[in-house]
Design a protein. Structure first.
Length: 585
């Protein structure tokens, strides 16, 4: 832990040095965020980079925040200045990055969107409350509108409540900025004693800071928006509403604070993936700043001291070591509790509690550089799962290659949704735009499109066999046999057909022998698969928990795998027998 001092810039430099050198345990994303800052410092005053790090603005937000008292916990009980907020070096780095980087000509903030992903009890709500108070009072935005947005009233108040209490307990703040604390908002409706940045007198301008559930009212023009626990958001509605309403503001700020969650089809996970791409240098977005505190090896590091420190930067300060060690013991004794501990205290994205696959393992095997054209001329097995309206349609190819005496399997698929379903689901629309999902015009899937794509594949690859779900696919299967010479094998979603293949698929995935291109649509569908077991727990088959949780692509991938699978000497005897004599009902 780097001790905090009154030398804010010195603390930030010491923090950066410790992260880069490895003296401070830090995950990949924290290291990359720090390295980005260091790289940008070197880019100042160079062509093509019109930004500078303004030391005064970087320190001002820190000094502003440290004038406020703690409002809950042991520090709130202290008297005098002993109860004041005191930011740690890692927190100073974040605040200084957000507010210190400005345009070299205009002096306006560089970053307009911030993604801050921290485990619980590391102080993100207090930090967000300080930012909200700063935006409504110190940002010199006339008629500032700052909102704490969330999907529920309780969550919206998680940031606003401490901000209001901090303002209540600091009369000097209210006098300086002419702020009145109303029951459900803070408003600049008085004359402040502190001049504005341009030296003018601070007259009432109606600036306000308030919680909002769902969309703000018509005519809202947010200068700042704080969206809390974004992993709970099911769609982009609140995010888009806030962002599009900021167009008239000079330097708006949209702050997303969250822990990890389980909805990998939601907007929060998509935002994290965008930030990861920016930090890795594969995507350029100079308006986005963010940092993620987590572990590098989610399967093992949560049991270690280093993992505790990596994921919990405020360990021993706002979150106690004893508390976290107790949660780790809970996770070790109860697999049921493990997902919660990993998500809430180690910031690891996990799937639902009943999910079949460990999606950390699935994501580890993603390789976006994989391209099916590299398999031209090779044999592929096909799995298809058709729908008409509600579900997705999927056609997945599975290739097999021997590497150093072991068989590896490669999955490539096409996924189809109706125009109506794309319109109803934001994540579908996003996947259509990114090329990961095919939109079919009208209200039903056009099977001719599916057949045409399979025909194209048959010209590039050797496709002699297709396994298909008999529900809805019989006609297409007949056409594949009659017109394209592809043997069609009926595979019902029964315990007998899927139990052994699912176990072997999972085993090979863990062994690093299942490969895929990282299609987010397929990842989502695999995350929705629940393994329904027989009463004796000896057999399983894939099902979904609810109608919204589509698994069509996963089922098609499993059928393609069943068709392609060729057991090693030590592989499942049951599965080997199935391959030799598939059950077709």
């Amino acid at each position: 832990m780097i001790p905090a001092t009154d030398d804010h810039l010195g603390d930030i430099q010491a923090y950066c040095d410790a992260v880069v050198s490895g003296d401070r345990p830090a995950c990949k994303w924290e290291k990359l965020a720090v390295q980005r800052h260091i790289n940008d410092l070197a880019r100042q005053n160079t062509d093509g980079f019109p930004y500078v790090f303004d030391h005064e603005k970087a320190c001002k937000i820190i000094e502003f925040g440290q004038l406020f008292p703690h409002v809950k916990g042991k520090w709130a009980r202290a008297s005098g200045k002993a109860n004041r907020i005191r930011f740690q070096a890692w927190q100073k780095f974040g605040l200084a990055s957000i507010f210190g980087w400005v345009h070299v000509v205009t002096g306006l903030r560089k970053y307009r969107i911030v993604y801050d992903c921290e485990p619980r009890k590391n102080g993100k709500s207090i930090k967000a409350a300080v930012i909200g108070l700063y935006l409504v009072a110190q940002d010199d935005e006339y008629g500032a509108e700052v909102y704490c947005g969330a999907t529920s009233e309780k969550q919206a108040w998680e940031v606003f409540r401490p901000a209001k209490k901090m303002a209540d307990k600091q009369p000097a703040f209210r006098r300086a900025y002419g702020i009145t604390c109303h029951a459900k908002r803070l408003e600049a409706d008085g004359v402040g004693t502190k001049p504005r940045g341009d030296g003018s007198k601070r007259f009432p301008d109606g600036s306000r800071f308030e919680p909002v559930i769902g969309k703000p009212g018509d005519g809202a023009s947010p200068s700042g928006a704080i969206l809390d626990e974004v992993h709970e958001h099911q769609d982009d509605t609140l995010y888009d509403t806030m962002l599009t309403g900021m167009g008239a503001r000079d330097q708006p700020l949209l702050l997303l604070i969250t822990t990890a969650g389980s909805n990998i089809a939601g907007p929060c996970y998509a935002q994290q993936k965008e930030l990861e791409a920016v930090l890795q240098g594969t995507l350029v977005n100079e308006e986005l700043w963010g940092i993620i505190y987590t572990v590098d090896d989610p399967e093992n590091e949560w049991r270690t001291e280093e993992g505790l420190i990596k994921a919990n930067p405020n360990l021993g300060i706002s979150v106690s070591r004893e508390f976290l060690e107790a949660r780790v013991r809970d996770a070790e004794m109860s697999p049921r509790k493990r997902s919660t501990v990993l998500t809430k205290h180690f910031n690891v994205w996990v799937t639902g509690k009943n999910a079949w696959l460990n999606m950390l393992t699935w994501n580890r095997q993603a390789d976006p550089s994989l391209c099916e054209t590299d398999f031209r001329g090779e044999e592929a097995k096909l799995g298809i799962d058709l729908s008409e309206t509600d579900d997705l349609t999927a056609a997945v190819k599975c290739f097999r290659r021997d590497i150093e005496g072991e068989r590896h399997y490669y999955l490539f698929g096409r996924y189809y949704a109706t125009e109506a379903k794309v319109a109803e689901n934001d994540h579908y629309d996003e996947w259509v735009q990114s090329g990961h999902l095919i939109q079919c015009d009208g209200e039903t899937i056009d099977y001719e499109d599916v057949e045409d794509h399979i025909e194209d594949d048959a010209e590039r690859f050797t496709i002699e066999q297709c396994f298909y779900d008999p529900h809805g696919a019989a006609h297409l299967a007949q056409r594949l046999e009659k017109h394209h010479g592809i043997e069609a094998v009926k595979v019902g979603q029964t315990y007998t057909n899927f139990s052994a293949p699912m176990r072997d698929f999972e085993r090979l995935l863990k062994a690093g022998r299942i490969h895929h291109d990282g299609n987010p649509c397929l990842a989502w569908m695999f995350s929705n698969v629940v393994a329904k077991e027989t009463d004796d727990g000896k057999m399983m088959r894939p099902v979904k928990e609810n109608r919204e949780s589509k698994i069509d692509g996963a089922v098609a991938a499993l059928m393609a795998f069943i068709a392609a699978y060729e057991p090693d000497d030590d592989d499942s005897a049951d599965f080997g027998a199935f391959i030799r004599d598939p059950i077709t009902a």
